[in-house]
Design a protein around this ligand. Structure first.
Ligand code: MG
Length: 247
């Protein structure tokens, strides 16, 4: 049975015709299941699971590459203040990243001092993690801000102690030698709500300073921040992608 048509015009690029039945089929995967408030979901079958709730084997301490020393219990990991940032042993470039986090149920501090952590793509591009439920701070430092650059479109925060999700599409920057060819782009969906759409990053994350790109390899670890607060994470998986690949 012919799947498509062969008497149709060539699409731009000159490889396939409109409705070409010979074009490769999309790979079949198991899409997994969504999380509920009290239970993490199941990742898609083609994801690289970097935290399944049981061990930090896929992680190391960022500052010295020693084993990660955050606490693991009840299916989540929790920041141990002073233990430092942790990062994946594996390096990633373009990707889809899913993770869930919860700010401490016992509210303490305000502004940047309440439930602060951070998701650093390629170890240098931060999507802010902060408890901004009834807590204000500078907009480019709020929950789901691209820290120091772009506030989120809305504040989609749940209450402290409740699980929240980030689904992130990250397009790594492209360099040609020391030249920037294309900036990094980030899309962030928090709790099912688009909060950042295809933002072109100005460069790595800085505090109180302008950013600029510094060339780096095409892949780098995912880093989670120890900002001294007892933030929890669970169900972390990554689907490596290449957003510039030919279709
Ligand atoms: Mg932070």
């Amino acid at each position: 049975m012919a799947l498509g048509y062969e008497d149709t015009p060539l699409l731009p690029g000159g490889k396939w015709t409109v409705h070409d039945g010979r074009r490769p089929q999309p790979p079949v995967i198991d899409p997994g299941t969504a999380s509920t408030d009290d239970k993490a979901g199941r990742p898609p079958s083609d994801a690289t699971v970097v935290f399944d709730g049981t061990s930090l084997d896929a992680w190391e301490t960022s500052r010295d590459s020693s084993p990660a020393r955050w606490k693991v219990e009840h299916g989540y990991m929790e920041v141990v203040p002073g233990a430092g940032d942790i990062r994946t042993r594996e390096a990633f470039g373009d990707c889809q990243l899913h993770l869930e986090w919860a700010a401490p149920a016992a509210v303490k501090g305000d502004g940047q001092g309440r439930g602060n952590s951070g998701v650093f793509l390629m170890s240098v591009y931060e999507v802010q993690v902060l408890d901004c439920h009834r807590n204000q701070t500078y907009p480019d430092g709020t929950t789901a801000a691209l820290y120091g650059q772009y506030p989120p479109l809305v504040n989609a925060c749940r209450k402290p102690g409740e699980w929240q999700s980030y689904d992130i599409l990250f397009v790594a920057p492209r360099f040609d030698g020391t030249d920037l060819v294309a900036p990094a782009h980030i899309t962030v969906i928090q709790n099912g709500v688009v909060v950042q759409h295809h933002r072109a990053l100005q460069g790595p994350t800085y505090h109180r300073a302008l950013s600029r790109y510094v060339p780096h390899p095409p892949r780098a670890p995912l880093n989670l921040q120890d900002h001294g607060d007892l933030v929890r994470y669970r169900n972390i998986w990554i689907r490596p992608l290449n957003f510039y690949a030919e279709a």
